[in-house]
Structure formats: structure tokens, C-alpha cells
Ligand binder design. Structure first.
Ligand code: GZL
Length: 383
């Protein structure tokens, strides 16, 4: 091709002789162009591959999505430190990284909202439902609907009282009657060691949400203790596990029953409200009943309650363990893979006291250890 012609083809090209092996601009241009074209083609190919892979990726993502186990979690509320720790435990365990897609609903302590949430999960065709029921009764119909839809239901924390226990797949939670018994056996041993006779005790039972398994078990505990040891329960009122209600109920009871010397609070948030009421009345929360202090017993052993134990304002805090996520995940994975699993799983729990007067109590044949709380122990706790 003539030089002039080549110029026309490739403006800006020049040749410096046809025999030297140089990288002619036009050839460079041609090869440059070719390289660009090749790069361009490679880029397109890569894009196709990418998009193809993208499709594949999206297919894989799609497949991954499909591999995620979808779980609808109906949590009863956010009324206490315990409840928030329970929610954190389950939400952090049923995570996307662990292969779950979690739909969460907070029912603000209303059963009808929980029933609506469960029906919504059924419509969304989730793979599993986790239910933390606000009270024991009223679940037969909606659990029947979940069963008819082929959706296994895992109950956490409180129990459901249903005609057919095949309406739920498994339950994970605490032995609330035992929690109540531990508190009462400690109260008996403690007052005996301090020379306080049973007939001197005037107990206010600040109850949890009426009809909740925790309330039923803990209230049963103090009733049995009173009958067994001759204590007098001068008042029993629900405070819905909240600090505000605990304070309101105790302020009223101190006015109507000034002889109260034991406050049996069915969770830490109530106990903190009760202590506020005691102090607002110019009284003192402590264990020295003989000198007019009001001995406070609590449940949950959340950090907020244990801080009060360290301050000597709560004499005994019986743990109720909210860390249930791993057990829930275990049951769901077992069901998913057709493996054996326990229908009922009890979480492990302890009891913490402000001093070492009582180091263990007898619960049936068991020597149940009472742990004297220290700063160090508190630092090590998860919630
Ligand atoms: C107990 C749980 C109770 C806690 C409260 O398992 O149901 O509900 O004791 C919570 O703190 O509100």
C-alpha cells in the first residue's frame, strides 16, 4: 500500500522507510487499533461473562436466597431488660450469615398483635415461626393454622397451654416454678440465719403479667413458701414486668400496707421501680428487716438488677436466662435436616445473693448453689 494511501487510511501515520522494522504508526495504529478492538472485544466478552456470571451470580444469589431459612419471629414486646436481651440473642443467631432470613414483629405485650403477626408469617409462607407468647392461653386456633400450613412453630420463654402439644414443634425456656422455689428456700434459710421468725414476715408479691408462665411459676413459688413456712402475703398485684408499674404498685402498697418488710418482685425492672418507691417513701431497701429495711427479692439477674445486688438493695436475684438463640437455631436446623431434637429444652440458670449468709438451698434432692455476687462476676456476664 502506498504511503499516501496509508496516510489517507490512517491520518497521522508516517513511514520511515519500508524496510526498517519499525513499529509503523499505521501498523502501530493498526495494531493499536487491533489491540483496542481486542481489548474492546475482551471487555465485551468479560461483560457478557460477567452478566452471564451475573446471571449465574444472581442465580447463585437467588439460589442462596432460596437456601436461606425464612423465620417469622413474634416477640411479645420490649418491656424489660430481659426481653431485649432475649430479642438480641435470637435476632443475632438467626442472622443472614448463619443462613437465615428473619422477619421480626414486636407485639407490645398484646396477644392479638401476636396472632396478627403469626397470620402474616403464614401468608408470607415462612419456613418456621418462633413465638414468645405473652400469656399461656388463646393459641390453639392460630397454631392450628400454622400447622395446617405446614409451618413448624418453636415456642420460646413462656409456655402455651394448648389442647394438643403437636401444635408446636419445640419449646425452649426456664423452669419458673423452680425459680420461685429457689427464692423461697433462700428466704427461709436467710431469715432463719438472721433470727427473724416466719411470723414476722409481711410479704408483697409484685407479680408479672397475669397468665404469663413466669408469673404463674413465680407466684406459685411464694404462695407455696408462705404455706410451708407460715409467712404472711399481705398483697399480690401485677406490675407487668415494667419499672414504671413496679414503682406505681409499690407506692400504693406502702400507703395501704406500711408493715411490708419483704418485696418479692417477679422481675428486675419491677424491682428497680419498687426500690424507687421504697426510697421515695423515706425507707431503705436492704436485708436488715429487724431495723426496718425492706428485703427485696428479684428475678432475671439482668445487669440492671445485679447492679442493685452489688449495692445491697436487692438481697437475692434469681437468674432467668434470656440467651436462647443458639437453642432455637439448633432446633430449626435439626428439623430442617431431619435430625432428632428435644421437644422441651430448659436453659441453665443461677441465683445471686448480696452476701454469703446462704450458700446453697435444697430443691428436691438437689443442693442448689447460691452465688455471692462480686464485681468481677458481674463483668463476666453476657447481659
Ligand atoms: C421470663 C420472661 C419474663 C421476664 C421479664 O422468662 O417471660 O418476661 O422475667 C420479661 O423480665 O418481661
Amino acid at each position: 500500500m502506498k504511503n499516501e494511501d496509508m496516510k489517507k487510511m490512517h491520518p497521522g501515520t508516517a513511514s520511515r522507510g519500508m524496510h526498517r522494522i519499525v513499529c509503523h504508526p499505521e501498523r502501530r495504529e493498526g495494531s493499536f487499533k487491533k489491540k483496542i478492538r481486542i481489548l474492546y472485544l475482551l471487555a465485551i466478552l468479560a461483560l457478557c461473562l460477567m452478566s452471564g456470571c451475573g446471571e449465574k451470580n444472581s442465580a447463585v444469589t437467588e439460589e442462596n436466597e432460596n437456601m436461606h431459612i425464612t423465620v417469622g419471629f413474634s416477640q411479645l414486646g420490649a418491656e424489660s431488660d430481659w426481653r431485649e436481651a432475649n430479642t438480641r440473642s435470637i435476632r443475632s443467631t438467626l442472622s443472614r450469615e448463619n443462613g437465615f432470613e428473619l422477619l421480626f414483629d414486636d407485639a407490645q405485650q398484646k396477644q392479638d398483635k401476636q396472632i396478627i403477626a403469626i397470620r402474616k408469617f403464614i401468608q408470607q409462607e415462612v419456613d418456621y415461626i418462633v413465638l414468645a407468647p405473652v400469656t399461656e392461653t388463646g393459641w390453639d386456633a392460630v397454631l392450628g393454622e400454622a400447622k395446617d400450613a405446614g409451618i413448624p412453630v418453636v415456642i420460646v420463654d413462656r409456655r402455651v397451654d394448648v389442647k394438643d402439644d403437636e401444635l408446636f414443634t419445640a419449646w425452649i425456656g426456664s423452669d419458673f416454678a423452680k425459680e420461685g422455689a429457689v427464692a423461697c428456700e433462700w428466704l427461709y434459710e436467710y431469715t432463719k440465719a438472721k433470727g427473724i421468725s416466719a411470723s414476722e414476715l409481711r410479704i408483697a408479691d409484685i407479680q408479672g403479667t397475669l397468665g404469663a408462665t413466669a408469673q404463674i411459676g413465680r407466684t406459685e413459688g411464694i404462695k407455696k413458701g408462705a404455706a410451708k413456712y407460715g409467712w404472711k402475703i399481705v398483697a399480690a398485684e401485677p406490675a407487668d414486668y415494667t419499672r414504671a408499674k413496679g414503682r406505681e404498685v409499690m407506692e400504693r402498697l406502702l400507703r395501704t400496707n406500711p408493715e411490708i418488710n419483704v418485696a418479692y418482685c417477679e422481675n428486675d425492672n419491677e424491682a428497680i421501680g419498687v426500690i424507687e418507691a421504697i426510697e421515695a417513701a423515706g425507707l431503705k431497701a436492704g436485708a436488715d428487716i429487724k431495723n426496718g429495711e425492706i428485703l427485696v427479692i428479684s428475678f432475671d439477674a439482668a445487669r440492671s438488677g445485679l447492679n442493685m445486688v452489688l449495692e445491697g438493695k436487692i438481697a437475692l436475684d434469681v437468674e432467668c436466662n434470656p440467651i436462647q438463640g443458639a437453642s432455637v437455631r439448633g432446633v430449626i436446623n435439626s428439623v430442617n435436616e431431619g435430625r432428632e431434637y428435644e421437644k422441651y429444652t430448659y436453659v441453665t440458670e443461677m441465683a445471686f445473693s448480696a452476701d454469703d449468709t446462704v450458700q446453697s438451698v435444697k430443691i428436691g434432692d438437689e443442693d442448689y448453689r447460691i452465688t455471692t455476687l462480686t464485681e468481677k462476676l458481674l463483668e463476666m456476664r453476657e447481659y
